[in-house]
Design a protein around this ligand. Sequence first.
Ligand code: SAJ
Length: 423
Amino acid sequence: MSFSTISVIGLGYIGLPTAAVFASRKIKVIGVDVNQKAVDTINCGQIHIVEPDLDIVVHAAVTEGYLRASTRAEPADAFLIAVPTPFKGDHAPDLSYIESASKSIAPVLKKGDLVILESTSPVGATEQMAQWLAEARPDLTFPQTHGEASDIRVAHCPERVLPGHVLRELVQNDRVIGGMTPKCSEAATRLYKLFVEGECILTNARTAEMCKLTENSFRDVNIAFANELSMICDKFGVDVWELIKLANRHPRVNILQPGPGVGGHCIAVDPWFIVSQAEGQAKLIKTAREVNDSKPSWVVEKVDAAVADHLSRNPGKSEKDVVIACFGLAFKPDIDDLRESPSLEITKHIAGSHPGKVLAVEPNIESLPAALALPGVELCAIEEAFGQADVLLLLVDHKQFKTVPSSTLEGRQVVDTRGIWFV
Ligand code: SAJ
């Protein structure tokens, strides 16, 4: 099987870089997305998301004619589905985007095609996707009924790249290849070998699904441990950052860093897929989610206490006179991504309850997000915030915040959730 045309369904944070990297290997790529604006932007050689160097790779791929975007599926030899898998109100996974993507490619499938699910998915989702394809195309055979003799090969190959380092990690990371049959895995490996320099490791679809969920749950559980320690240490008057540094001197201890909570659209979401399918067994994973989700409220309580402390030292002042500056809105350092960000949630909460001014300091954005369009909230430069604020809340360890001299912080009420401001 050779791949002269590849189609990537979903041109977001994973699909677009993947499409661009295939195209950079001089393979014809058709990117498909329901968002007309994103499609138009890409066809102009530009990008609609923020990821270092992606603009250069997409521009080259489009101008050289290897990458083209469309809102409609077209025939190809391999289809990669990279659409979102959010959770519903009850934390159960929402597979509706995978269902729509399957139904959109089904009419153009032909014998010999390969379909890969890249979206992070609950166990069994690949089989479900193959079932949707089979229902739409009764004239073709699929692995769930015809095994190795099937017309269509199906595999799950989860993406594992770190936002901010996507182009490097796409090429260098090892890739887990979970075919519905061994031949499906072999076909998917041939496809990824077109650009993956890491090892392609073969397994089955269910194990590959669980592997991705396990990786993100592992990180969530370990961050929860750090966050729980930070709350315990606060009670004991122990500096958690010093404690972690000391404990990590042990050759078999490697504790992660506490923060204001866990954000992003992966680590705060994926563990719930395991919990929703195995609630009775996934006790630790569920508790970790609850610990990390409880951290923003704990931070808000710390800010309330800092405001009260400031007022007790300044008897003439009322709450309305107290200016609070929140440093960082993104979900992690040095990016502009505010999705599922605990920092944004905390700032919004403070803005909603504090009667005085709230300054949001986020060097990676140019205007306030809609969530903070509230009276009394201003997007503000670092120096201006230091000039005005009585209470300083550090939420994200952006590089711009790391160089603040300790003299600037002296005599202020400081709540530092990242341990970079030592006062
Ligand atoms: N965080 C901490 N303390 C830490 C590390 C992280 O509080 O010590 C917080 C961050 O501030 C952030 C959240 O966790 O709010 C998640 O950030 P992250 O850098 O750990 O992960 P993501 O969400 O950017 O990317 C993860 C990665 N998974 C793992 O590292 C196991 C990435 O490889 C996955 O591809 C990605 O999820 C995904 O798409 O699933």
